[in-house]
Design a protein around this ligand. Structure first.
Ligand SMILES: Cc1cc2nc3c(=O)[nH]c(=O)nc-3n(C[C@H](O)[C@H](O)[C@H](O)COP(=O)(O)OP(=O)(O)OC[C@H]3O[C@@H](n4cnc5c(N)ncnc54)[C@H](O)[C@@H]3O)c2cc1C
Length: 571
């Protein structure tokens, strides 16, 4: 919970000589959420993101905009907050939310009947929150009913419970917040790392934030009186850039991975248990299936987090007990992120609180610096509102937050995907995807195609993604590489793993950014190499050999020689 508003200090004058009132560090959901809210309330904002929007936990989460029934016992406030915010997020971004109905099998072992009745009672309590997020009530189902709904279910079960959640593409959510912040005047520095938070020696006040563009090496400085450290699991490191003890922005980083399979194997998400009793799930995800997630203390490099084959096997084993069909699908990738969980010494990782907290570093003699710690994707908007309330009070800005009622870009009106498909003369699936990702702004992409008909060509067939969309996200959403385009459009994330589209995408990015064609190709090969590494841990030896051959042939075809960035012989 944020520290009480009474703790906030005296009013601070907005200094006209400053470039901005506020620098937000971090382009995850919390950083982009604060940037949007603050810019909408009239503050002058700059957002600095080191890698890419949604590069961290926000783009690598399970994407559930849920209440998290399992938090209800220890953290009912988290469940209530998330459900309330889920309702708001649905209202402001209706195009991006999709229903994720869950089935939870109850095993027929031990005191199964009592367990079943208790589980039913537990979900009855969860039902109280469902109206907040337009969720349906749970249902108690027999084993036959469970199998009728999801024929792939196996194992000896007494029955099961259905309950209702929502999902979102976390990368699109961050991008939409960033676009709106920018349209309300925020300056965006994507791909720029903050190197120092400069403070006055005598008073400790913030003077400026120094940054460096990681690709071009260009450096710069933004003058400001106020900094929000919204860098998730990086928060302690970021605090130390302002000479603040890392322990004052402490998190307990928890690594989580997902495995992605090449097709949609089921229509419901099914919850399962790992060998040590942790809850995991298998779920339909767009045209794929995902299995997630682990939760392990993480001590490694936050900028290169990858799944391991042990983690993949641990998850597959748990899921296969209730859904053995998982073994029939082809694993086509993994992704991994690190939760910025509130610090506590002692509890197991999955028992840690998912609450959020704002640290006002005035107590560390750093007035004007705040750290946002913890939280969830599902409650990001409320967290951002609480943070911005403190900023508004600091600057004497009376305006209240309106982020719960003003639509995110694209969320203002519904677009009929079938009509769009007809007018653009594209496949209905491609149109549906475009509408999912961009809402009413898909019409802007349609407009591009009208003006330049050749942009209707398909850049990525698996997902599918049009050339016009690739150009649009480079021009309007700060994508600067094939990997950035992939995060915003899912290009290269389908069954072919980018083999058929990365080079074309690199070409387009190079054209749009006036890079040398060679740089576009290199970007494509870097993307393929990185994806191959994330895939390798989920492959059997046979598939791994085929993979290595396929990459070598793409390389030969493109005429790329020498080692690729990130290549370490893992294949
Ligand atoms: C595996 C997994 C599953 C999850 N599932 C769910 C779920 O289903 N539902 C849910 O509600 N929540 C879920 N979460 C939690 C949720 O994703 C996080 O709480 C949330 O995304 C944190 O957002 P953030 O903005 O604080 O951090 P992040 O998204 O990690 O963003 C921090 C950003 O700071 C940037 N940065 C770091 N250092 C610097 C610097 N020096 N200069 C500039 N930028 C910097 C990083 O590049 C990064 O982009 C999950 C998390 C994980 C890891």
């Amino acid at each position: 919970m944020p520290e009480p508003m009474e703790n906030k200090r005296t009013l601070v004058q907005r200094r006209s000589e400053d470039d901005v009132d506020l620098v937000v560090i971090g382009g995850g959901v919390n950083g982009t959420g604060v940037a949007r809210d603050a810019a909408m309330r009239g503050l002058r904002v700059a957002l600095i993101e080191r890698n890419d929007l949604a590069f961290g936990a926000s783009g690598n989460s399970s994407g559930l905009i849920h209440g998290g029934p399992r938090y209800m016992l220890n953290d009912p406030h988290v469940t209530a907050t998330s459900c309330r915010d889920s309702g708001y997020i649905q209202a402001i971004a209706p195009h991006m939310l999709f229903r994720v109905p869950f089935l939870m099998p109850v095993e027929n072992k031990g005191q199964a009947k009592i367990m079943f009745a208790l589980t039913d009672a537990f979900f009855e309590a969860y039902d109280r929150y469902q109206p907040l997020k337009r969720g349906k009530k749970h249902a108690m189902l027999t084993a036959d009913e469970m199998r009728a709904l999801e024929p792939g279910l196996r194992g000896d079960m007494i029955g099961g419970i259905s309950f209702d959640e929502w999902g979102i593409d976390g990368s699109r959510l961050c991008t939409a917040n960033a676009v709106d912040a920018s349209e309300h005047g925020a300056k965006m520095f994507v791909g720029c790392t903050v190197e120092k938070i400069e403070r006055r020696e005598d008073t400790g006040e913030v003077v400026a934030v120094a940054w460096r563009d990681l690709r071009t090496g260009q450096t710069g400085r933004v003058t400001t009186s106020t900094v929000v450290n919204a860098t998730g699991a990086w928060a302690p490191i970021t605090a130390s850039l302002g000479n603040i003890a890392p322990t004052r922005a402490r998190v307990r980083p928890g690594k989580g991975i997902h495995v992605v399979y090449d097709r949609r194997l089921l229509n419901y998400a099914v919850s399962a248990r790992t060998i040590d009793g942790r809850q995991i799930f298998v779920a339909p995800w767009q045209n794929m299936t995902i299995v997630g997630t682990t939760d392990d203390d993480f001590y490694g490099d936050l900028d290169t987090v990858r799944a391991t084959s042990e983690e993949v096997r641990y998850l597959e084993q748990g899921v296969a007990r209730v859904f053995p069909q998982i073994h029939t699908a082809r694993a086509i990738g993994t992704y991994a992120g690190v939760r910025p969980t509130l610090h506590a010494y002692g509890p197991h990782e999955d028992a840690l609180s998912r609450e959020h907290e704002i640290v006002d570093h005035t107590r560390d003699n750093a007035p004007g610096v705040y750290s946002m710690i913890g939280g969830k994707l599902a409650s990001y908007r409320i967290f951002a509102e609480e943070m911005t309330d403190m900023l508004a009070a600091r600057f004497g800005v009376g305006m209240r937050s309106s982020t719960h009622e003003r639509p995110l870009p694209g969320g203002d009106k519904a677009v009929d995907a079938l009509k769009l498909a007809t007018s653009m003369e594209i496949d209905p699936v491609a149109a549906r995807r475009l509408v999912y990702r961009h809402g009413s702004r898909s019409l802007r992409i349609a407009e591009r195609v009208k003006e330049t008909p050749r942009e209707v060509s398909t850049a990525c067939a698996c997902e599918p993604v049009l050339e016009a969309e690739v150009r649009y996200v480079v021009q309007h959403e700060w994508a600067r590489s094939v990997a950035d385009v992939s995060r915003r459009t899912r290009l290269g994330l389908g069954a072919c793993g980018g083999m058929r589209c990365a080079a074309r995408c690199g070409q387009i990015v190079a054209q749009e950014l006036s890079l040398r064609p060679r740089e576009g190709l290199q970007q494509a090969m870097d993307f393929l190499a990185e994806k191959a590494l994330t895939r390798a841990v989920a492959l059997g030896p046979e598939q791994a050999r085929q993979e290595a051959l396929a990459i070598a042939s793409v390389r030969a075809e493109l005429g790329v020689e020498g080692p690729l960035a990130g290549e370490d012989g893992a294949l």
